[in-house]
Design a protein around this ligand. Structure first.
Ligand code: AKB
Length: 350
């Protein structure tokens, strides 16, 4: 696998002739007359949203991106914030209308482990919230980004290199909402010509906001515990191989997919994207290159092990590479180095 470590595209804020901010590519971003509509991010205070919002604002300006969540931010943010409960379509609609939104990154969802504990809440939010977002988007002609997951696959999917198009029979409630979400997004595209696009994301590794309620969260915890305690007790077996991605790659994938030329997209909902795959044992080894005395022991949590065992080891992302030029920049060694440097700086600043 090759890692292209080139520079991120230049921020485009202020370069448009068409308005105060420039959000390229999607027709739904443009109003008649050529002015540009805003981006709304639901679930903006979660692990992805809390990094996606600043990234989007860095490109297109603070005012161009509306952060929204069911809870209020703890500290004031530089751009607009709307309190939106995605279970209430009128709240999504009010934000879209009030802020003149043309693109929705719909991130509000429960992750796999918490979904297993709270299946009704997971169904209601992951399916109901998405349905409300799509309906509002249909009425207001917004583009929609939907984050699917490796969880959309199940035990009957080929585990080593899960193909773009393959058997999807997930055995978790999380996976059922993800595969249904993919189908619903494709339906809205075919039936209503809505510009829906999605990614099947691996486990995400990030140093900014903690993940919450996922099966792959162990990876982030392992980095943090290596620096804070020199020891970590892992809830997955040492040989559990899972697909993973560093957050900067994941953010770039989301933005590049939404920027992509629509005429090249054959799959839309949702593209496999991959960067690296490893086991807890292999991650511990990579961390030991920098923290030599780091120790890991294992106390397997059957609930999360069961979820992990139902997912593929890694996905084949050749469709994303061919159709919109996806290429990861961070492998395990690069991720480990950067994570430890940044976490160390954060811990020292405390
Ligand atoms: C989870 O573990 O639930 C998520 C995912 C892989 O979708 N990180």
């Amino acid at each position: 696998m090759e890692f292209d470590r080139g520079n991120d595209p230049e921020p485009t804020a202020g370069r448009s002739d068409s308005g105060p901010f420039a959000i390229p590519s999607q027709a739904s971003s443009l109003r008649a007359g050529g002015t540009v509509r805003r981006i709304l991010v639901t679930g903006a205070l979660g692990q992805i949203g809390s990094e996606l919002v600043p990234q989007l604002r860095g490109r297109w300006g603070d005012e161009a991106v509306v952060a929204s969540d069911v809870r209020e931010p703890e500290a004031p943010t530089p751009g607009p914030f709307e309190r939106v409960d995605c279970m209430r379509s009128e709240e999504i609609e009010a934000a879209v209308t009030r802020c003149d939104v043309g693109t929705v990154y719909h991130l509000a969802a429960l992750l796999s482990a918490v979904a297993k504990q709270r299946p009704t809440a997971a169904w209601d939010l992951n399916m109901g919230g998405l349905y409300h977002a799509l309906e509002v988007a249909r009425q207001h002609r917004c583009a929609v980004f939907f984050p699917s997951s490796i969880g959309a696959f199940g035990p009957s999917t080929p585990a080593r290199g899960a193909p773009q198009e393959t058997l999807q029979r997930p055995t978790t409630i999380y996976g059922i909402t993800k595969v249904s979400g993919e189908l619903l997004c494709d339906y809205y595209h075919r039936r209503f010509d809505l510009d829906t696009r999605g990614l099947r994301l691996p486990g995400l590794i990030s140093y900014s906001a903690p993940p919450g309620g996922g099966t792959t969260d162990y990876a982030v915890e392992m980095f943090l515990h290596a620096l804070e305690r020199g020891h970590y007790t892992c809830y997955l077996r040492p040989d559990t191989c899972l697909d993973m991605m560093y957050m900067p790659d994941a953010l770039r994938a989301m933005i590049e997919l939404m920027d992509a030329d629509a005429s090249r997209l054959r799959h839309r909902n949702a593209y496999n994207v991959a960067a690296m795959h490893f086991t807890p044992e292999e991650l511990a080894e990579a961390i030991r290159v920098h923290v030599p005395r780091f120790e890991v022991d294992y106390q397997v949590d059957p609930a999360r092990q069961d979820i992990a065992d139902s997912w593929p080891d890694w996905m084949d992302d050749s469709a994303a590479r061919a159709e919109w030029g996806w290429a990861p920049r961070y492998d395990l060694a690069a991720t480990t180095r950067d994570m430890l440097e940044r976490l160390d700086a954060t811990l020292r600043a405390r």
